[in-house]
Design a protein. Structure first.
Length: 75
């Protein structure tokens, strides 16, 4: 993007650099927020959705096994 005016060329370069810095700062802020929220979740003994779903499936399996054992014991 070359123009006849060197001032406009410099302004374009500075604008591009500022946009790049803003994007990098946004990503850094997102990473910092995610890390802080992970620390809060750990402090509160919270679990992630994936862990909850795995435990939920295991409990369902165990309940089915218990029901099968009870029915075979009664029958």
């Amino acid at each position: 993007m070359q123009s006849q005016n060197p001032f406009l060329d410099e302004m374009a370069k500075l604008t591009q650099a500022a946009v790049g810095l803003a994007q990098a700062a946004g990503e850094e802020a997102k990473t910092a927020f995610r890390a802080q929220s992970d620390r809060w979740a750990a402090d509160l003994d919270l679990i992630r959705r994936e862990e909850f779903e795995v435990l939920k499936a295991e409990v369902a399996t165990l309940r089915a096994e218990i029901a099968a054992l009870k029915s075979s014991k009664d029958g």
